[in-house]
Write a protein that binds this ligand. Sequence first.
Ligand code: 0GY
Length: 308
Amino acid sequence: MTKPTTGDFTKTPGWLDWYTGPSKPRFKLPAGAVDAHCHVFGPGALFPYAPERKYTPCDASKEQLFALRDHLGFDKNVIVQATCHGADNRALVDALIAAKGKARGVATVKRGVTDAEIQAMHDAGVRGVRFNFVKRLVDFTPKDELMEIASRIAKWGWHVVIYFEAVDLPELWDFFTALPTTIVVDHMGRPDVSLPVSGPQFALFQKFMREHHNVWSKVSCPERLSVTGPKALNGEQNAYADVIPFAKAIVEEFPNRVLWGTDWPHPNLKDHMPDDGLLVDFIPHIASTPELQYQLLVDNPNRLYWNS
Ligand code: 0GY
């Protein structure tokens, strides 16, 4: 793949470039597999980063994303609006149109969004909005504004993607459980994987999914959640071994409400940048049978994103 650039912007100090030579995965993805969490960044010279952003990424264009899709063996992508583009969805919509049906999108919108703007995004392939509660990424948005947006987009059959830290789930519980749409949680609600998988923090997340059948989870981002890190897969330990029990528990209890994505180009990573091929090789450790793999990678994302 071509090297990352930074357009007209200077990337945040310490930010690692995405990996340009991903390995070919040993795990063969089933036909029709979807990378259900990835981003496009800019390029900044064409699609400037938002003034309110908390970081400046390196560019990660639609062409580079589609090359990765083909290299890894995915059929389609779900492209998620990242905070560095704020509520300016032009780069996302541009990528969706260029994908010619092989990508769907999750946008960020503000209260003032018009029906015509929602319809135009729907026509391009947007099927959800993202509400971000991770404090290092966004400024606070009042809950009544988010609830109003959720009620509006529900009419298009869209869902709400939520991104939060596990410690914040108790405080956000009432708001999340009042949302009128399907809800998709990013990265299992970011559990602290140094705590026991059977402990109260993760139990609350499991209760959230158990009691609310409209809640789905992405079992993605082991590289972001792991404390043990990227040990070799053929060594003593698997890569991101400490994340496996958490993701496996969610896949096995809720096989028809889980999604998986690479998270390319991996915003905000400063310690190590994952090889996307090795991330794909992580999948059979959390979805251990062909049936679970099919639900996670093919059936669930196609049902949620390509049903209209
Ligand atoms: C992710 C994770 C992160 C960033 C964003 O929108 C974003 O900026 O989601 C993060 O820094 O944890 O899923 O891309």
